[in-house]
Design a binder for this molecule. Structure first.
Ligand SMILES: Nc1nc2c(c(=O)[nH]1)N[C@H]1C(S)=C(S)[C@@H](COP(=O)(O)O)O[C@H]1N2
Ligand SMILES: [Mo]
Length: 508
C-alpha cells in the first residue's frame, strides 16, 4: 500500500500531523503516570544525561537557565522533522513510514523505562503515543491511498482535501491534548504545611544595602528570584507524606526518616549563600537565603558512620547524585543542613521540596542535593557522582569572588556622583573587604554592608565621582585573614571560575 499520489508536501504534513497527535497523547497519559515519563521529557532527559560535558557547558553558557526550553524545543523540532520524513517515506511504501515512527516511539519508551523509578509502568505514555500516532498515520495514509483503487494514478481532489483536513484535525487535537496533559501534570498539588519554629532562632536579618544603594543585589534573595540549576526537565513533584530519607552504606545502623520525623527534630536556621560551579565571573548563579532544617551532622550521628568512610553520596528523587566530603557534614563549625524551609516558607518545589541539602562553602553540585531521598555513607574510591562522572572536580570549595552589580557592564551613565556596588562571597572563609580599581587608579577600599556570617555574601559599595569618558571598573575581595582574591582567570570547568570581575561603562 502506498500513498504515492499524495504530493510530497501533503505526505510530509500527514506525517507531521500524526506525530503531533501521538506526541499529544503521551503527555495526557503521563499526567497520570508522572510527567517525567512523557515521551518529550523522557527523551529530553536522556539527552541531558548523555550529552557530553562540552555540549552541556555550551548550553548553560549560551542559554543560561533557558537551556531547558531550548532543549525541549530542539527535541520537538527533530521529532517533527522525522515525522515529516516518515510521511515522505510512506509515499513509496507505507511500512517504511510506520517503521520510522515505530523506532521513534520505541526510543521514547526506552528513555522513559530507563528513568529513575521508571520501569514498565513508565512506558505507558509511549504506548499511548504509539497507538495514537502510528494509528492515525496508518488511518490517514490508507484513506488517502484507498482512493487510488477507485481512480488509479489520479488522486481525487476530494479525497486529498479530506486527507489534509483529517491530518489538520489530528494535529490540532494533539496540540490540545499536550496542553491539557501539561496543565494537569503540573497541578498535582504540593502539600504546603506550616513549618515548626526553629528550636534556636537566628537574629532577624539586618536591613540590606539595597535600601540605600540602588542597583545592589538584595541581601536576601526572594525565593521567586533564586537561581535554579538542576538536570530535571520536569520539576520533581514529591509528596511529603510518601517521602523518605534513607541513611545507609557504611553505617552501624541503617535509618529511615519520614517528613514528620524530620519536622519533629530540633530545627535550626542557617544563613547560607549558594553558588553554582557554572557561575562565570560576575554571573548570576548565586543567591542568599535563610534555611531551616536539621543539621546533617545530627542525622549522620544517629546512623553512626564507620571509620574509613570519606564521602556521603546523596541521591535525589529524580536519580541525580552528589558526593560530599563526610567531614563537611560532620564539621561542628559548618552548619550543613537537611533543609525543609527557605526564607520562612516550606522549600519551593523548584528548590527541592520536601527536603534538600545545603552545605556552606561548597558549590551546589557537591553539597546541595534537592529532592534528596538517600544519604549513602561510602568512599570516593567506591562511588562517583553525576557531575564528577562528567569531568567536574571531585571536591568543590567555592572560590571567593566579588561581583559588580552597578553600574551594569556596557551601560552609558551620566557624569557625576554615583555608587559602584555589588556583592562578594567567600563562603566559609568570610569576606573582610572589597577593593575597587577604576581605570589604572589605586585600589580603593569599598564600604561593606551588614555582616551575616562567613557563609553568607556581603554587599559593598563605593562612591565615585564619574568623569566623562570610557571607564573600566574592577573589583576584588579580601577574605579569611585578609587574603586577596586571585586575579588568575579560570573557566568554570572543572572546579569553578576565577578572576576579577571587570566592567566597562561609558560616562556622558
Ligand atoms: N536533585 C538535584 N539537586 C541538585 C542539582 C540537580 O541537578 N539535581 N543541581 C545542583 C546544583 S549544580 C546547584 S548549583 C544547586 C542549585 O540549587 P537551586 O536550584 O536551589 O539554586 O542545586 C544542586 N542540587
Ligand atoms: Mo551548580
Amino acid at each position: 500500500m502506498t500513498a504515492a499520489h499524495l504530493g510530497k508536501g501533503q505526505a510530509a504534513f500527514v506525517g507531521l500531523a500524526s506525530t503531533i497527535a501521538g506526541a499529544g497523547a503521551g503527555p495526557l497519559v503521563a499526567a497520570i503516570t508522572g510527567p517525567s515519563y512523557s515521551p518529550p521529557f523522557a527523551v529530553g532527559s536522556a539527552v541531558v544525561d548523555a550529552a557530553p560535558t562540552w555540549l552541556k557547558n555550551f548550553a548553560v553558557s549560551t542559554f543560561g537557565t533557558a537551556d531547558k526550553p531550548v532543549l525541549l524545543a530542539s527535541v520537538a523540532l527533530v521529532t517533527g522533522l522525522l515525522g515529516a520524513l516518515a510521511g515522505l517515506l510512506a509515499r513509496t511504501r507505507l511500512v517504511r513510514g510506520v517503521a520510522l515512527l515505530g523506532v521513534l516511539v520505541a526510543l521514547a519508551g526506552l528513555a522513559a523505562w530507563a528513568r529513575p523509578g521508571g520501569g514498565v509502568f513508565a512506558v505507558i505514555p509511549s504506548l499511548a503515543t504509539a497507538f495514537v500516532g502510528v494509528g492515525s498515520f496508518v488511518a490517514v495514509m490508507s484513506s488517502a491511498s484507498g482512493s487510488s483503487s477507485i481512480a488509479p494514478g489520479v488522486a481525487s481532489g476530494d479525497v486529498t482535501r479530506r486527507t489534509m483536513l483529517s491530518a489538520g484535525a489530528l494535529a490540532g487535537l494533539g496540540a490540545v491534548a499536550a496542553g491539557m496533559g501539561q496543565k494537569i501534570g503540573s497541578q498535582v498539588t504540593q502539600m504546603v504545611r506550616a513549618l515548626p519554629r526553629p528550636s534556636r532562632s537566628l537574629p532577624a536579618m539586618p536591613a540590606g544595602l539595597e535600601r540605600t544603594v540602588k542597583g545592589v543585589t538584595p541581601l536576601v534573595t526572594p525565593n521567586s528570584n533564586f537561581y535554579r540549576i538542576d538536570t530535571a526537565l520536569v520539576v520533581p513533584n514529591v509528596d511529603a507524606g510518601g517521602w523518605r530519607l534513607v541513611i545507609d552504606g557504611d553505617v552501624e545502623e541503617e535509618l529511615e526518616f519520614t517528613y514528620d520525623d524530620i519536622l519533629a527534630m530540633p530545627l535550626v536556621e542557617a544563613d547560607v549563600t549558594l553558588t553554582c560551579v557554572s557561575n562565570e565571573v560576575g554571573g548570576e548563579y548565586a543567591g542568599g537565603a535563610r534555611w531551616l532544617g536539621v543539621p546533617v551532622r545530627d542525622l549522620l550521628a544517629k546512623a553512626r558512620p564507620r571509620s574509613g568512610a570519606d564521602q556521603v553520596l546523596s541521591v535525589s528523587d529524580d536519580g541525580w547524585t552528589c558526593s560530599t566530603p563526610i567531614e563537611a557534614f560532620q564539621d561542628k563549625n559548618r552548619q550543613a543542613l537537611l533543609a525543609v524551609g527557605m526564607n520562612g516558607e516550606p522549600l519551593p518545589r523548584e528548590h527541592g521540596f520536601p527536603a534538600r541539602l545545603v552545605t556552606p562553602g561548597l558549590y551546589g553540585y557537591v553539597g546541595a542535593t534537592k529532592w534528596v531521598t538517600k544519604l549513602t555513607v561510602t568512599t570516593y574510591a567506591e562511588h562517583r557522582a553525576y557531575w564528577t562522572d562528567r569531568g567536574w572536580s571531585e571536591k568543590g570549595p567555592i572560590k571567593p569572588s566579588a561581583r559588580i552589580d552597578t553600574p551594569r557592564a556596557g551601560r552609558t551613565i551620566d557624569a557625576g556622583r554615583l555608587a559602584i556596588g555589588g556583592v562578594a562571597w567567600a563562603q566559609h572563609q568570610g569576606i573582610v573587604g572589597v577593593e575597587v580599581q577604576i581605570d589604572d587608579g589605586e585600589w580603593q577600599t569599598a564600604k561593606l554592608g551588614p555582616n551575616v556570617g562567613i557563609d553568607y555574601w556581603r554587599q559593598w559599595w563605593l562612591s565615585w565621582d564619574a568623569p566623562k569618558g570610557q571607564h573600566t571598573i574592577k573589583a576584588r575581595c579580601r577574605y579569611a585573614d585578609g587574603k586577596v582574591q586571585t586575579s588568575q582567570e579560570a573557566e568554570v570547568t572543572p572546579d569553578g571560575s576565577s578572576g576579577w570581575h571587570t566592567v566597562s561603562v561609558g560616562v556622558r
